[in-house]
Design a protein around this ligand. Structure first.
Ligand code: T46
Length: 137
């Protein structure tokens, strides 16, 4: 599994840093939605689902957290701790987020608006969905 982690350009000067993200330039899709999570309680894990079509970029703009990515055949853990790094999460990828630092703010740039029917929240269903996709290909 190839992990795609973007290093965004930082516009730094003696005032501090600034990162600018443009759709289809810095982000490889049109951004239809931005959401973020914070105040995540200690020991909490989130996610535990895949998306049928949605693509995302996850940016831990403050603090740190870990993201487990699972394509059904392989699992990888990515540590996010830099506000200028973005993890690309394609569709058909199971994800779990955990080990949030107390001050973590995890921001997500998404290619689609919120649509519960795009979620696969059961791991067995996820594996079956992948099999169906492979048969169709
Ligand atoms: C993902 C990971 C990284 C909305 O009403 N609108 C939204 O745009 C979102 C994202 C969520 N919600 C509601 C649905 C639930 O009642 O907020 C609640 C929490 O959502 P969920 O349990 O899906 O949150 P996570 O952290 O498990 O997953 C989220 C995203 O849903 C998901 O797409 O990839 O972050």
């Amino acid at each position: 599994m190839q992990i795609v982690k973007y290093q965004f350009q930082q516009h730094g000067d003696n005032r501090g840093q600034l990162v600018s993200l443009e759709e289809c330039v810095d982000i490889p899709f049109k951004i239809k939605r931005v959401y973020y999570m914070y105040d995540t309680a200690g020991g909490v894990s989130r996610g535990f689902h895949a998306h049928k079509t949605l693509e995302q970029i996850l940016i831990c703009i403050h603090g740190s957290c870990k993201i487990l990515l699972d394509n059904g055949a392989e699992k990888k853990v990515v540590y996010l701790e830099k506000p200028y790094e973005g993890l690309y999460v394609p569709n058909n990828m199971w994800r779990e987020m955990y080990d949030f630092s107390e001050d973590a703010v995890l921001m997500c740039l998404a290619s689609e608006v919120y649509n519960e029917s795009d979620y696969i929240r059961n791991y067995e269903e996820f594996l079956m969905f992948l099999e169906e996709q492979e048969k169709k290909a």
